[in-house]
Design a binder for this molecule. Structure first.
Ligand SMILES: Nc1ncnc2c1ncn2[C@@H]1O[C@H](COP(=O)(O)OP(=O)(O)OP(=O)(O)O)[C@@H](O)[C@H]1O
Length: 341
């Protein structure tokens, strides 16, 4: 393994059979991940992220297309690959809580057939690395969520895998613990590991990943460095409007004002409700925006550069608009014409 890509995916498709017929979770996606890269997969709920990670980590077979991990076809080299990959899914499953952290790690090392004289010093080093050495002989049931997640990371590393899949590794963690876990993830490439991670948090992807791939409805919407994605939309400025008191149709009215040339979203930030408008008109839009929102009580109105999250919102909404238009056009074609095409 020198010049090979860590992950090579071509035309990968996964369809689930459901009562109503078929559900396309991945629709012919292609991408590569280099060795030593920290690669992020972003996408809304149901985008296909977990399906993709499960295929890459040999837990699920693709319907068609190819996926090679460390040069091995995931469908053919399961046994060989499992020793070389580490998998961490969000949540608490996968540890034995009635025994200690050290016993957990010894057990998992044993499953991979690692001799004690190799495993023991590695376990010591890992416990130290995830800052659990002083609590290593305590039962895991007495651990906090954060300690369990750090132990999960040690478990993922116990067989010294070359590539690690992390599915939403900081989900449900408090901000301080999440930051600790992110710190440990950042160090993985320095330990020679390739990391593929999924996340719902844009700032996390921006802080950790060398490249990110945005997926929606099983297709790749964008793939680039976080910086290039942000800078790839020079026409876009963002306006944040603090809505101190708002009317129900405020967002809809702003949407009509923007008229498909950008995007509008509202989110709550602590006590604040913030309406964000992305528009190529930038600051020029502010007076009209204030006029449209004249019956609301507004706080600060600020024009700023887009963040990765803004770009993400725009990419997803543009993709969905394009798909809706294509579906409407398809539905407008008379049935006879569809059959003859
Ligand atoms: N076992 C299954 N049977 C049927 N459909 C499934 C199954 N697993 C996933 N799906 C569907 O496949 C699509 C992709 O799901 P997937 O879990 O991969 O998305 P995701 O991006 O990981 O979502 P989330 O962020 O909510 O975890 C969704 O429409 C989902 O409902």
């Amino acid at each position: 393994m020198t010049d090979e890509m860590a992950v090579e995916v071509e035309d990968l498709r996964r369809v689930y059979r459901v009562k109503s017929g078929e559900r396309i979770a991945l629709d012919s996606i292609s991408f590569d991940v280099s060795q030593g890269e920290l690669f992020g997969i972003l996408g809304p709920n149901g985008a296909g992220k977990t399906t993709l990670v499960r295929i890459l980590s040999t837990l699920l077979h693709p319907t068609s297309g190819t996926a090679r991990v460390l040069g091995v076809d995931v469908g053919r080299g399961e046994r060989q690959l499992r020793r070389r990959i580490g998998i961490l899914f969000g949540g608490e499953r996968g540890l034995y809580t009635r025994v200690t952290a050290r016993q957990n790690l010894r057990y998992f090392a044993g499953l991979y057939g690692i001799p004690r004289k190799v495993a023991d010093p590695r376990i010591e080093e890992l416990l130290h690395h995830v800052k659990l050495d002083d609590r290593a002989d305590e039962k895991v049931e007495a651990y906090s969520r954060g300690m369990k997640q750090r132990l999960h990371l040690a478990r993922v590393l116990v067989h010294d895998p070359e590539i690690i899949f992390l599915d939403e590794p900081t989900i449900g963690l408090d901000p301080i613990v999440a930051r600790e876990v992110r710190g440990l993830i950042t160090e993985l490439p320095q330990r020679g590991k390739t990391v593929v991670l999924t996340s719902h948090y844009m700032f996390e992807a921006e802080a950790l990943c060398s490249r990110v791939m945005v997926v929606d409805s099983g297709t790749v919407v964008a793939l680039d460095t976080p910086q290039a994605l942000r800078q790839g939309h020079p026409d876009m400025a963002c306006i944040d409007v603090d809505l101190l008191e708002s009317t129900q149709d405020a967002e809809e009215r702003v949407r009509r004002l923007v008229n498909g040339e950008g995007s509008v979203s509202t989110h709550v930030e602590g006590e604040r409700q913030v309406l964000t408008v992305q528009s190529p008109r930038g600051a020029d839009l502010v007076p009209e925006l204030q006029q449209v929102l004249a019956d609301c009580r507004l706080g600060v109105v600020a024009v700023r550069e887009p963040t990765l999250e803004d770009v993400y919102v725009r990419l997803i909404s543009e993709g969905r608009r394009r798909r809706d238009t294509a579906t409407e056009a398809e539905q407008a074609i008379p049935t006879t014409e569809k059959v003859s095409r």
